[in-house]
Design a binder for this molecule. Structure first.
Ligand SMILES: O=c1ccn([C@@H]2O[C@H](COP(=O)(O)O)[C@@H](O)[C@H]2O)c(=O)[nH]1
Length: 236
C-alpha cells in the first residue's frame, strides 16, 4: 500500500552496516516515525533476510536507487517486492523506459500492496558545480523539474528531491505525487555532505509528503527524543 500521511511524515534513515544497531534504532524510533529506510550500506552487508528483520518494526522504504537497463531494473523490482516494501527508488536519470519497466514490475509482482516507485531526481548532496561537472548544464532546481516531468510521465508514483524543490514541484504537479525529501536539517544541526537543505518545518510547509532524516536522529544522544522533537516541530 502506498503511504500518504496527512501531514509530512518522518522516515528515519538507518544508515549502518550493523544489524544490532539497526534493530535497536528501529525499535526505539518506530513509535515516533512513519517509516524506516534501509539503503545500500545495510543491504550490501546483510541482504534481504536482515532487511525483513528490521521491517518487522515499521513500514519499509527500501532505498537501493536502481539504475540499469529496463530488464535488469524490472528484475530487481520483482525481487525487492518479496520484502513488501512501501517504497522503492530508481534514478530518474535512468530514463523513461527504465522507470516504465520498474512500475510494470511493481504492479505485476506487488499487486494491490505494491511498493510506490520513487524517482530520485538530483541527489541532495549535489550542488551546481558538481552537477555541471557531470555534463548537465542546468542548475539543480531546473534539472529536478525536468527529471520530475520525465519520471511522472513514465509512471513514477513520486519523486525524491531536496527541500528547495518541493514548492516548485507542487506548483507544477499539484498534490498527487509523493514528494520524499532528504536534506532535512533541524536548526543548528550539521549539514554533513548535504548541499540543498532546509529545516523540517520548512520542508513540511512547502508540501513534502515525507521527510527523510538520518544523522540528525541517529547521531543524537537520544535518537527517540530527537525524532519526537522533529515530529513536534512538524506538528507545530
Ligand atoms: O538525494 C538523496 C537521496 C537519498 N538520500 C538518502 O537520505 C538519507 C539522508 O541521510 P542524512 O543522514 O539525513 O543526511 C541517506 O540515507 C541518503 O542515502 C539523500 O540523502 N539524498
Amino acid at each position: 500500500m502506498i503511504p500518504r500521511p496527512g501531514r509530512a511524515g518522518i522516515i528515519a534513515a538507518l544508515d549502518t552496516g550493523a544489524v544490532e544497531r539497526a534493530e535497536a534504532w528501529a525499535a526505539a524510533l518506530a513509535p515516533h516515525v512513519g517509516c524506516l529506510k534501509l539503503g545500500l550500506e545495510f543491504f550490501v552487508a546483510h541482504g534481504p533476510a536482515a532487511v525483513a528483520r528490521i521491517a518487522r518494526h515499521a513500514p519499509l522504504f527500501l532505498d537501493l536507487k536502481f539504475h540499469d537497463i529496463p530488464n535488469t531494473v524490472a528484475g530487481a523490482v520483482r525481487s525487492a517486492c518479496a520484502l513488501r516494501p512501501a517504497m522503492l527508488t530508481v534514478h530518474a536519470s535512468g530514463g523513461a523506459p527504465m522507470i516504465e519497466a520498474a512500475r510494470r514490475a511493481a504492479e505485476a509482482e506487488g499487486g494491490a500492496g505494491r511498493p510506490a516507485i520513487l524517482a530520485v531526481t538530483v541527489l541532495t548532496s549535489t550542488d551546481a558545480a558538481t552537477l555541471a561537472a557531470t555534463g548537465v548544464p542546468a542548475d539543480p532546481a531546473a534539472q529536478v523539474l525536468h527529471l520530475a516531468r520525465l519520471a511522472l510521465d513514465a509512471g513514477a508514483d513520486g519523486l525524491v528531491c531536496a527541500p528547495p524543490e518541493v514548492a516548485p514541484l507542487r506548483a507544477a504537479h499539484g498534490p498527487g505525487p509523493l514528494l520524499v525529501v532528504p536534506g532535512v536539517r533541524p536548526a543548528g544541526s550539521a549539514r554533513d555532505d548535504q548541499s540543498r537543505v532546509a529545516t523540517p518545518a520548512e520542508a513540511a510547509a512547502a508540501g513534502a509528503s515525507w521527510l527523510v532524516i538520518g544523522r540528525p536522529i541517529t547521531t543524537a544522544p537520544d535518537p527517540a527524543a530527537a525524532a519526537a522533537a522533529i515530529a513536534a516541530e512538524i506538528a507545530a
